[in-house]
Design a protein around this ligand. Structure first.
Ligand SMILES: [Zn+2]
Ligand SMILES: [Zn+2]
Length: 398
């Protein structure tokens, strides 16, 4: 019989909420999670969990179970957003212009709760649990930097699970998404280079504004005519600037910047190739030259179907059949948990935090974002159950 994780979580509910409120009051931006990291370290050490730093302000805790087995990773992000909280709750942000409006305070507190639950059951734990308290999810990629710091090694992690709170689901529900779940986000810069000339004699120059406009049109046509309408892909040009400074001179350079959002590695690769090929090809066809720089950002989240089903079964056993909700559509928002899933299988689930009576009507990244804290011990228990079951069923060290 697995332990009663819900009862264990219920017993420390007040403590989990207290941790969350403390982190909520003192939010820190990505790469600046100095105090949050210290709080996490202190709490884990108190539990007898060894810690080490990764990615400067990231913390990895390792709980070694009493029974031999593999190692499973659980991840919570810790960073806040540069925005002002509009709230009258007593635990509202005490830092002007910084707010936990994406629920990462909840993720951190819930995972600390999981660490406490599992540390108490350590002797029976069939393997190791590695807790990843990750910095800088909203910025430029704390997950990758934790991996670069050897976070997945020693001992080697063989599966990763993580969660995000969701105001789209009621408290007590856990959302699962099979396969492609979050979009990849990549950035590009296109510079069209031509030749200036007198406005009255365009044939003596190369008009980069006219050519740049063609590039924009062709990129939008790529999305509408070359991508399966059932496959989401977004190419957005956010800036378009000409070097031109005079109305009667043909401009010799145009720079544009934009972003690509796609789902899954195949569409990501194809779209990046198309942006490059179209910009270079259109410019060339019209006598100019295009320089294209594509910066890969977050790869998106692709949940492993078997691990998703596995987590679903653990949740059903814990909370009942009805607790699992299959999420029908992917999100075009990004989430850097996917970086872990490029290395090992796993899944990223959504934890319902909606309870309208508690003022949870505002979406993530809203100044009035609020969650139902009753959901926090539930998430602690879910993480504990998923990790426990994973270790139990993969004892051969898979
Ligand atoms: Zn966010
Ligand atoms: Zn988030």
């Amino acid at each position: 019989m697995p332990p009663d994780f819900l009862r264990e979580a219920g017993a420390i509910k007040d403590e989990i909420i207290c941790l969350r409120r403390d982190i909520h009051q003192y939010p820190e931006l990505g790469r600046e999670e100095f105090e949050t990291a210290k709080k996490v370290e202190a709490y884990l050490r108190e539990l007898g969990i060894t810690t080490r730093r990764a990615a400067d302000t990231g913390v990895i805790g390792l709980l070694e179970g009493g029974a031999a087995g593999g190692t499973v990773g659980l991840r919570a992000d810790m960073d806040a957003l540069a925005m002002q909280e509009y709230s009258d709750v007593p635990y509202a942000s005490k830092r002007p212009g910084v707010m936990h409006a994406c629920g990462h305070d909840c993720h951190t507190a819930a995972l600390l709760g999981t660490a406490k639950i599992l540390s108490r059951l350590k002797d029976r734990l069939p393997g190791n649990v590695k807790f990843f308290f990750q910095p800088d999810e909203e910025g430029d990629g704390g997950a990758q930097r934790m991996i670069d710091d050897g976070g997945m090694e020693d001992p080697k992690v063989s599966a990763m699970f993580g969660a995000h709170v969701s105001v789209g689901l009621p408290t007590g529900k856990i959302g699962l998404r099979y396969g492609k779940a979050h979009a990849a986000s990549d950035e590009f810069d296109i510079t069209v280079k031509g030749r200036s000339s007198h406005a009255a004699r365009p044939h003596e120059g190369t008009d980069t504004i006219a050519i740049g406009a063609q590039v924009v049109t062709a990129l939008q046509q790529y999305v509408s005519r070359q991508v399966d309408p059932l496959e989401p892909a977004v190419v957005t040009i956010g800036t378009f600037n000409s070097k031109g400074s005079q109305r009667n001179v043909i401009s010799d350079e145009v720079k544009m910047t934009g972003t690509i959002r796609t789902l899954g590695p195949e569409m990501r690769r194809r779209t990046a190739e198309a942006v490059r090929g179209i910009a270079e090809g259109v410019a060339k066809a019209m006598g100019a030259e295009a320089e294209v720089v594509i910066n890969e950002s977050y790869p998106g989240v692709v949940n492993d179907p078997a691990m998703t089903e596995f987590a679903g079964n653990a949740v059903k056993a814990l909370l009942g059949e009805d607790a699992v909700v299959t999420i029908p559509n992917p999100s075009m928002g990004t989430e850097d948990f996917g970086v872990f899933l490029e290395h090992v299988p796993g899944t990223f689930y959504l934890a319902g935090v909606c309870n309208l009576e508690k003022g949870t009507a505002f979406p993530e990244h809203n100044n009035r974002f609020r969650v139902d804290e009753d959901a926090l011990p539930i998430l602690s228990a879910v993480h504990a159950a998923v990790a426990w079951d994973y270790l139990f069923y993969h004892r051969s060290g898979l």
